[in-house]
Ligand binder design. Structure first.
Ligand code: DX5
Ligand code: ZN
Length: 215
């Protein structure tokens, strides 16, 4: 199981210290890009990703919560992203395969994400093309929200589809993840746990350890 701390909750007065802890304790960094249109919040641009790229060799897992992921995919791939995950809800269905192909053509992994109210079934046509499916377990836009219980059913459904169709996409969950729900999330089929507030509040190393132990 992979832990992907969301740097939405990093303490920017302690950037070097906290990034060093990440470098020594996890494999991925989850990078929440918000444009103030797709979600009512505004976060990072490519220059911040470049700063992380200079400070860390970890896998940069970029989550685009933007209305124009076709444009921002290029921007963040140029800035050093290792994976670009866009939202199903932000792209016209007929344009989704081309966006996945463009991301792959740049040597980048590609993920597709659904919001809590979007059903797993809409993703079926794309599951054989993507490397990862991101299940939002909170309404996208802010860290520190409560986990939506219905998310377990969506993870189970994705795990069943993966087995049925003999596919290999990773299942990632993002929002309200903590040591109390991590074990159940993994047992339902989750491969990647995104956690922001749980990781960065208090003792980071102890928080990360408690997620790893929850397997
Ligand atoms: C929401 C963000 C958050 C963040 C994690 O749009 O994607 O889910 O990554 O936030 P926590 O772990 O604080 O819920
Ligand atoms: Zn995210």
């Amino acid at each position: 199981m992979i832990i992907a701390p969301s740097i939405l909750s990093l303490d920017y007065t302690r950037f070097n210290e906290q990034v060093e802890i990440l470098n020594n304790s996890v494999e991925w960094i989850h990078f929440d890009v918000m444009d103030g249109h797709f979600v009512p919040n505004l976060t990072f641009g490519p220059d911040i990703l470049k700063a992380y790229r200079r400070s860390s060799d970890l896998f940069m897992d970029v989550h685009l919560m933007v209305t124009d992921p076709d444009f921002f995919a290029d921007v963040f791939m140029k800035a050093g992203a290792d994976q670009i995950t866009f939202h199903y809800e932000a792209v016209e269905e007929e344009k989704i395969p081309a966006l996945i192909e463009k991301i792959h053509a740049n040597g980048c992994k590609c993920g597709i994400s659904i919001k809590p109210k979007t059903e797993v079934s809409v993703l079926e046509p794309y599951l054989d093309q993507v490397d990862l499916v991101l299940v939002m377990s909170v309404e996208p836009g802010f860290g520190g929200q409560s986990f939506i219980e219905h998310s377990y059913d969506k993870i189970r459904e994705l795990a069943d589809l993966r087995k049925e169709k003999d596919l290999a996409y990773k299942i990632e969950v993002d929002g309200g993840v903590n040591s109390a729900n991590a074990g159940k999330l993994v047992s339902c089929g989750t491969d990647v746990l995104v956690a922001g507030s749980f990781v960065f509040k208090g003792d980071m190393e102890a928080n990360i350890r408690s997620l790893k132990e929850a397997e």
